[in-house]
Design a protein around this ligand. Structure first.
Ligand code: IMP
Ligand code: MG
Length: 181
């Protein structure tokens, strides 16, 4: 669905910009993991389009698994409490893991997830996120690849939702506050 939508007040990243950036990221990730096995771990549900497009832009073979965690309720502010809603099907012990995430906001979700996967004795744990907000700098997480740094506004589209809406928009835009206030 096209990003032009009455509830979107501003376009931040177009579908075309996402495509171009993913091609660049895929090249860098291919090079970083050349000759190694790699397990992509997508964070449900927001990372679904990014995982699908990124993995298909990559030339090295990948295995893929998914986790669902919750840090947000239905609101727009992180609660800081992370729960596993769906765990991996794969044992990550001694695997090169690349976490594929839609957005890093406070960073709480990813700092927790990284520690969790390291505790399972993954050989390496790296992160690629499509979007990152400035607040993420406040918690110490090592993000290897970032698609776009964006301003501190609530955004939707390309997998990102508000109350399960707007995930199918082809780009990323700012949601009108009138929708959630
Ligand atoms: P964090 O723990 O604060 O970094 O939050 C990360 C998660 O919150 C992301 O994986 C998203 O699911 C969700 N999130 C954070 N910011 C936004 C946003 O602007 N729009 C939609 N979801 C968001
Ligand atoms: Mg997410």
């Amino acid at each position: 669905m096209h990003l032009t939508h009455p509830d979107i007040t501003k376009t931040l990243v177009t579908a075309e910009q996402i495509r171009e950036r993913i091609a660049e990221l895929a090249l860098e990730i291919d090079q970083a993991y050349q000759g190694k096995d790699i397990l992509l771990i997508g964070v449900l549900k927001g990372a679904v389009p990014f995982m699908a497009d990124l993995s298909r832009a990559m030339q090295i073979p990948t295995k893929q698994d998914w986790m669902a965690v919750s840090s947000y309720g239905s609101g727009t502010i992180s609660s800081g409490v992370v729960r596993i809603l769906k765990d991996l099907d794969t044992d990550v012990k001694d695997r090169n893991v690349l976490i594929v995430e839609d957005i890093i906001d406070s960073g709480l979700t990813l700092s927790w997830l990284t520690a969790n996967l390291k505790a399972r004795e993954a050989k390496s744990v790296e992160i690629v996120t499509l979007l990152r907000k400035p607040d993420a700098a406040k918690v110490a997480i090592d993000v290897r690849w970032v698609g776009f740094d964006i301003p501190n506004e609530f955004v939707v589209g390309y997998g990102l939702d508000f109350n399960e809406n707007y995930r199918s928009l082809d780009g990323v835009g700012v949601l009108s506050p009138s929708v959630y206030s």
